[in-house]
Design a protein around this ligand. Structure first.
Ligand SMILES: Cc1cc2nc3c(=O)[nH]c(=O)nc-3n(C[C@H](O)[C@H](O)[C@H](O)COP(=O)(O)O)c2cc1C
Length: 221
């Protein structure tokens, strides 16, 4: 059964990308907040976007520092991630209180969070008001990733090295399986449907039955 939802549910349907922890430093203050409204924007120059509500302390931190880092947590940091999204850096020094280890970024002042599986360091290229949020456009300066997590694509191997995904409310997920698409077309250019695992099983069973029947008939005849 298909249901019509509130228009704001469109945003939730698009949720599910890897969660990032946006870290910032401005003078002697640091902040961290989880974000899932992120997007690739350009290959050359390399630009990525993170969409932040003006009420977030991180919003001011990015504006002042003109830099930010995206840290990719795996599932062992899920509760920390949720905590970072529940309190504001305006009230508490979240990173200090979390006792998580941090280390220096290569090109920016924002700290990087130890134990994450990938990092993107960005300089602020632009800030665009979009509806009730701000799209911060970051120029990618440095990218690092754990080799057990990423090699041209997310590997989806060891569960501890998979990125964390956010589904909304207090629900998170991790990728289950990496699939490989097969592109087969007919002479006319139409897609030739690849067999599903179920269809293959059915075909193989049918073929085995067919062989048995032929053997029986051979013996009888
Ligand atoms: C998993 C998760 C993802 C979130 N994604 C975003 C986001 O993309 N943009 C945003 O403005 N807020 C997002 N939030 C809310 C902020 O992280 C939250 O308001 C946070 O407490 C802000 O911290 P700050 O005031 O220290 O910047 C998210 C929260 C969670 C738990």
């Amino acid at each position: 059964m298909r249901r019509t939802l509130e228009v704001t549910e469109a945003l939730r349907l698009l949720d599910g990308g890897p969660v990032v922890l946006v870290t910032t430093r401005w003078r002697d203050q640091t902040d961290v907040m989880p974000a899932i409204w992120t997007t690739p924007l350009s290959r050359r120059p390399p630009l990525v976007g993170v969409v932040v509500h003006p009420s977030r302390h991180t919003h001011d931190m990015i504006r002042f520092a003109e830099q930010f880092a995206l840290n990719f947590p795996a599932r062992d940091l899920m509760n920390h991630t949720h905590y970072f999204g529940a309190v504001s850096g305006r009230e508490v020094e979240k990173l200090d209180l979390s006792k998580l280890e941090t280390f220096g970024a290569a090109k920016i002042d924002a700290p990087l969070i130890g134990g994450c599986i990938a990092y993107i360091e960005c300089g602020l290229e632009d800030a665009l008001r979009v509806g009730d949020h701000t799209l911060f456009v970051g120029r990618v300066l440095v990218v690092q990733a754990e080799s057990d997590s990423f090699d041209e694509t997310w590997l989806v191997g060891d569960p501890e090295y998979r990125p964390l995904h956010y589904l909304g409310m207090d629900r998170y997920s991790v990728l289950e399986e990496r699939l490989q698409a097969e592109l087969r077309t007919t002479d006319e250019g139409a897609i030739e449907m690849a067999e599903t695992a179920e269809e293959r099983e059915r075909r193989e069973e049918e073929e085995a039955r067919e062989r048995e029947r032929a053997e029986r008939e051979g013996e009888e005849g």
